[in-house]
Design a protein around this ligand. Structure first.
Ligand SMILES: [Zn+2]
Length: 476
């Protein structure tokens, strides 16, 4: 026995993936120490690779030198907490990498030759008008994600149960979620359907849904908003008899949304967190479903407070900052994700040594209230969840006049109730700090942020990704 409980039957699933990768000389110590020492080696290799091959990081030679010096001082007998402290000290020497730097010059981050690039994903940076971020992957980067999906999905599907999966995305491009998850499922010998997005036109939705029902998936993977919308179609009840698990990815999931989906589709709902910049796979929940376990042998996650210092103590919220440990084509050091998160407190009952990361949405998608509190998009989602006729909404914060105000434009299912706007305003009145109304003729208490509820312009309908959006109107 190399690590306690390390055989395939007993080992927590992500820990087994770690065990398969550990170098022989690290297999003798305690699992936490093995992981910590392994992270030191991977981080050293990543920093050396980044400054050696990527033009962007080559400019940070001095900072990298200081970080490497700290990592080199780690002793083989150092315990896990000492090693983790040294890793933090080494990281603190390095500057942050900002998403706008990546968007402005993606090729500056490339650390392999173009011929070694196997997958390219383009994604919009903040706002729809900004430059497009390009993320490159090598064959080994793609394989690393497939291996993570392979291990992560073992908690949701099993060949023995005759499971079948459906992904509410397409898989037409190499390196896309659909492509990588398909490869992982093929390894697990689980049949998977790439169902694509549910069509926006209500008329063609039954055809799409019927195809999905005919596939009889026991596991469904999709964006929270898509699956929520699916759960509200009358035909979706036909999915329930065979459906056992749902994996939500790509957006923050309110606990009430998780409960709603579990009830509506009679399935266990799991959460995945991942970023394109880090190969899509990031963290996934175990059977306990108490927050996604990080793939800590591939990603070094820090939580950063507003002053730029780490606040890694469990429960403390801050910006999620990630350093890749194994990515070849585009290593990223201390990348500011713009997402708010916190490490979950305490060990998980599943026994995994991989910490859990709780996420709370985009920091830019928060609205600051006069009393210093913040409201996130998920707060609005949660408030509107009980109203099935609200299909999607867009929030716009106007700060260009004398007094800031919010506009919530809702896209409604046909036919909406006659008093839909009043019902929405009433549901939102539960959010303290806001004064929602269906018209702005009324006077508003000055301590509250006025919120005008309207119906979304039909031409905009809903964004293709199924994500909620917050726009901030620029001052004129
Ligand atoms: Zn767990």
């Amino acid at each position: 026995m190399i690590m306690p409980g390390s055989d395939e039957k007993n080992s927590p699933w992500l820990d087994l993936q770690l065990l398969n990768r550990l170098p022989a000389d690290l297999r003798e110590s305690r699992p936490e120490a093995s992981l910590a020492h392994f992270r030191v080696r991977l981080l050293k290799r990543t920093i050396e690779h980044a400054i050696g091959r990527s033009p962007h990081y080559r400019r940070q030679m001095e900072a990298a030198g200081a970080a490497l010096e700290i990592l080199t001082a780690v002793k083989t007998h150092d315990d896990a907490s000492t090693v983790e402290r040294l890793i933090q000290a080494a990281l603190a020497c390095l500057p942050f990498t900002r998403p706008d730097e990546l968007a402005a010059a993606p090729d500056d981050f490339l650390a392999v030759s173009q011929t070694e690039v196997e997958g390219v994903i383009s994604l919009p940076s903040s706002g729809s008008t900004g430059p497009v971020k390009r993320v490159y992957s090598s064959a080994s980067d793609l394989e690393s994600t497939v291996d993570f999906f392979f291990h992560g999905m073992r908690g949701l599907v099993s060949l023995k149960n005759g499971d079948r999966a459906a992904l509410m995305m397409s898989g037409d491009r190499p390196g896309s979620v659909g492509d990588l998850l398909s490869r992982a499922m093929a390894r697990l010998r689980i049949p998977m359907m790439l169902a694509g997005f549910p069509p926006q036109e209500a008329g063609s939705r039954p055809t799409w849904l019927k195809k999905l029902i005919d596939w009889r998936p026991s596991c469904l993977v999709g964006l929270p908003r898509q699956v929520l919308e699916l759960s509200r179609c009358r035909l979706a009840a036909s999915l329930s008899p065979g459906l056992r698990t749902i994996l939500l990815s790509g957006d923050v999931v309110a606990e009430s949304a998780r409960r709603h989906l579990a009830d509506a589709l009679t399935a266990e709902v799991f959460i995945h967190y991942g970023l394109t910049e880090f190969g899509l796979g990031g963290a996934v929940e175990c059977r306990e479903r108490l927050g996604p376990h990080l793939r800590e042998a591939d990603l070094l996650v820090e939580i950063i407070g507003p002053d730029g210092r780490t606040v890694n103590e469990a429960g403390r919220r801050g910006e999620i900052v990630i350093t890749s440990l194994t990515r070849q084509a585009m290593p990223l050091l201390r990348y500011r994700t713009g997402d708010e998160g916190a490490f979950a407190p305490g060990p998980c009952a599943c026994g995994s040594i991989m910490r859990r990361l709780l996420t709370f949405g985009r920091l830019a998608d928060r609205i600051s209230l006069a009393d210093g509190r913040h409201l996130g998009l998920s707060d609005f989602e949660e408030a509107l969840l009980p109203l099935p006729f609200v299909r999607w909404f867009e929030l716009t914060l106007h700060e260009d006049g004398l007094r800031p105000y919010l506009v919530l434009a809702a896209s409604l299912a046909e036919p909406p109730p006659a008093n839909a706007l009043d019902l929405i305003a009433k549901a939102l009145s539960g959010l303290s700090g806001l004064h929602p109304a269906a018209n702005l003729e009324k006077t508003f208490p000055s301590a509250l942020l006025p919120l005008l509820v309207t119906i979304a312009d039909d031409s905009r309908k809903r964004n293709m990704t199924g994500k909620q959006t917050l726009k901030k109107a620029s001052p004129t």
